[in-house]
Design a protein around this ligand. Structure first.
Ligand code: PHE
Ligand code: ZN
Ligand code: ZN
Length: 339
């Protein structure tokens, strides 16, 4: 009897000590990067693969597979006691067809209303299940949200996470979101970080070029290839300037990739081909896309094996690349939201 009482007292003391530690932990010692779990991130890929399996092997905007993916994302966030919102939109694609989609937005409120925003598109093309492109980005953001909630410590800045629809129809979801945002709301976004196609094997990692350092070498290459000055100006003149603050974000990304010995390339040309486009001139923006270009037998150039094809399934996702991207995203949370 006495022994039990002592044990209970000891247990209560332990609980009290651990609670106290939890509350007084300085936010500098929190690491979302260390808290995030690769296996639990991978489980989301398996779940999204199952959704594709049950829905004609694709999850394109408005399709049963697309809607089921949205429901899955919302459910997962609700399990974390978060309050995701589905925001419907209508937009026209390049062929002037009206596309109806829904973005999903969720917030983890911080001590300040300044927003660090992360985004990934959740729709696939109609040709395939889109597990590398872009269930990988979705899975990483879901695991990031879980890791932040798990620490049970309020971030200094508000973390907003977007799951975009209809990227594959011309970056429609993220563009509609920005179009409907008021000017003061836009100004609250202090950084935007995008994740697209991050499970490519042996990738060339494209980092959004925030300081335009990729332009001079690009000009050089064109010159060497015999393109005239005038033509070069025409080609490069059309590229919009990145937001001033993007250079700082690019540095954080590149330092991280260097520390993991991942080779990367600064890239400006493709900045407009994913959900970084609407943010690009609006707020400090960065993002990575992992490509591994291959030429098919018929001469068609693919950004990655199985890119936009039926075989972009879970077997097409490289664990090493996926884990590096998970590390990078959670590292960005540590650097930007907890400080
Ligand atoms: N936005 C492309 C997609 O989702 C991915 C991509 C972006 C490929 C940039 C290359 C360069 O299909
Ligand atoms: Zn795509
Ligand atoms: Zn994509």
């Amino acid at each position: 009897m006495r022994k039990t009482t002592t044990m209970i007292a000891f247990a209560i003391a332990l609980i009290l000590i651990s609670c106290k530690n939890n509350n007084t932990l300085p936010s500098q010692s929190i690491s979302i990067e260390k808290t995030a779990n690769k296996e639990s991130a991978w489980k989301h890929l398996e779940a999204i693969q199952q959704i594709a399996d049950k829905n004609q092997n694709h999850r394109s905007v408005g399709s049963p597979g697309g809607v089921a993916t949205a429901d899955y994302i919302v459910e997962q966030l609700q399990l974390l006691e978060l309050k995701p919102e589905k925001i419907p939109f209508e937009a026209q694609n390049a062929k002037k067809n009206t596309i109806k989609g829904q973005n999903i937005i969720v917030e983890i409120p911080g001590k300040s209303s300044e927003i660090v925003m992360f985004g990934a598109h959740y729709d696939s093309v109609e040709m395939g299940p889109g597990i590398n492109d872009n269930a990988t980005g979705v899975a990483i953001l879901l695991e990031m949200a879980l890791a932040v909630k798990k620490t049970n410590i309020q971030p200094d800045k508000t973390i907003r996470i977007a799951f975009w629809d209809a990227e594959e129809f011309g970056v429609l979801g993220s563009a509609a979101y920005i179009k409907n945002l008021s000017e003061p709301e836009k100004r609250k976004i202090s950084s935007y970080i995008n994740v697209d196609m991050v499970g490519t094997k042996e990738p060339e990692t494209l980092v959004l070029d925030g300081d335009e350092s990729s332009i001079p070498p690009m000009k050089e290459n064109f010159k060497k290839a015999g393109v005239s000055e005038k033509e070069i100006e025409m080609m490069l003149g059309g590229i919009p300037k990145p937001h001033q603050g993007s250079a700082e974000l690019e540095k954080i990304v590149e330092q991280y990739l260097k520390s993991k010995k991942v080779t990367y390339k600064d890239d400006l040309m493709t900045s407009l081909s994913t959900d970084t486009a609407p943010f690009y001139q609006l707020s400090p923006t960065t993002g990575i896309v992992m490509i591994h270009t291959i030429e098919e037998a018929d001469g068609v150039l693919l950004f990655a094996p199985c890119y936009h094809q039926e075989c972009d399934n879970i077997n097409n996702v490289d664990k090493k690349s996926f884990n590096i991207a998970l590390g990078l995203v959670t590292h960005m949370v540590d650097k930007l939201a907890f400080k």
